[in-house]
Design a binder for this molecule. Structure first.
Ligand SMILES: Cc1ncc(C[n+]2csc(CCOP(=O)(O)OP(=O)(O)O)c2C)c(N)n1
Length: 338
């Protein structure tokens, strides 16, 4: 992995033992899995084995992993088109996820969903391709848990572009007034496709927009897994205690490009800006913290190798999975009558 930065003696030592159920070594394992997975899926898209568009998540892994590590199995999750990282961080089976991207019958959704997966087993309700559309769905899940009193919370991931959607503001209002157990996680990467957010938003601090709805806000360095996890833990605790929703603004950066069909999209991020963020790569930073805390490099290297083997196995699984039967195109179109 390119993330093998040397330990920086200037950093304060970090205790690498699990704290409050958070295990930074396990977090590193998942982040490396996501990074390796995404690199291989981009390659598979170039080779036309993956069928739909691929929206990379490379550079943003600390957000998915930091947040998902704060959740319990009963909690609900809503993702979007840049969602492989959220799915893997949530524990979705890499074989089934890959078979889905390859359009195969053993895919998570029978090969019909491409990247817009859902997975009842892990309560991943939806990955929406419509910017902002998943946010009211997550609020619905939060309201369902509130009515049932089952103690679950709902988490939704979205980019800052979603704050341009009217329905998001309606949802923020409702969530605050109804004290819904909802955690909104805005992955603010500064871009909406090829457009810089400052070119299209009069207010680029999305946290201030959430505050205007009187929603408690956590502003975090979205490339710092431990900081993201601490914010998510506080937000989940508040939601479970009946204190209502929270908004996490995780500042991060997409180090590649917006999306890929056969070739990457042609937009350019300024070289200096990209280099600056690469120096703050979330994997490199977590690795650096773990080394500073005394974790043996060999332990982390073994996790890098494990990730490569796991992704190889998932790709082999997808390649050998059958194509869906033509008649499967007509199944699961409508929900069963309750
Ligand atoms: C309602 C809607 N409008 C426009 C689009 C086209 N579109 C796809 S991604 C995107 C940019 C979204 O940016 P952001 O929410 O910041 O997320 P990011 O892609 O940066 O992760 C747009 C405008 C869409 N998918 N849905």
């Amino acid at each position: 992995m390119a993330s093998a930065l040397p330990a920086d003696p200037a950093l304060p030592p970090v205790d690498a033992r699990p704290v409050d159920g958070f295990d930074p070594v396990a977090a590193y394992r998942t982040m490396v899995l996501i990074r390796t997975y995404e690199e291989r899926i981009l390659q598979a898209r170039t080779e036309r084995e993956v069928i739909g568009p691929v929206h990379p998540y490379i550079g943003q892994e600390a957000v998915a992993v930091g947040v998902c590590a704060a959740l319990e199995p009963r909690d609900h999750l809503v993702s979007h088109y840049r969602g492989h990282g959220h799915a893997l961080a949530r524990g979705v089976d890499p074989d089934a996820l890959t078979a889905e991207l390859f359009g195969r019958a053993d895919g998570l959704c029978g090969g019909k969903a491409a990247a817009l997966v859902s997975d009842p087993a892990t309560h991943l309700l939806l990955s929406s391709g419509i910017v902002g559309a998943g946010i009211p769905v997550a609020a619905g899940a939060a309201m369902t848990s509130q009515v049932k009193g089952d103690g679950a919370v709902a988490v939704v991931f979205f980019g800052e572009g979603a704050l341009g959607a009217g329905v998001v503001h309606e949802t923020l209002t409702l969530a605050v007034v109804q004290r819904l157990p909802l955690i909104l996680v805005c992955e603010n990467n500064g871009y909406q496709g090829a457009t810089r957010t400052e070119e299209v938003y009069p207010e680029t601090s999305v946290a201030r927009i959430a505050e205007a709805h009187r929603m408690p806000v956590h502003r975090v360095d979205g490339n710092d897994t431990l900081a993201v996890h601490a914010a998510a833990t506080a937000a989940v605790a508040a939601a479970r205690a009946g204190q209502g929703p929270s908004f996490i603004e995780a500042s991060t950066y997409l180090t590649r490009f917006h999306l890929q069909f056969d070739r990457p999209s042609g937009e350019h991020r300024p070289a200096e800006e990209r280099a600056d963020w690469l120096a703050r790569d979330p994997l490199g930073r977590l690795r650096q913290h773990l080394l500073a805390a005394g974790t043996a490099p060999a332990v982390l290297d073994a996790l890098d190798t494990d990730a490569e083997q796991r992704v190889d196995a998932a790709i082999t699984f997808a390649r050998t999975s059958p194509w869906p039967a033509p008649e499967a195109a007509l199944t699961n179109l409508w929900a069963a009558t309750p």
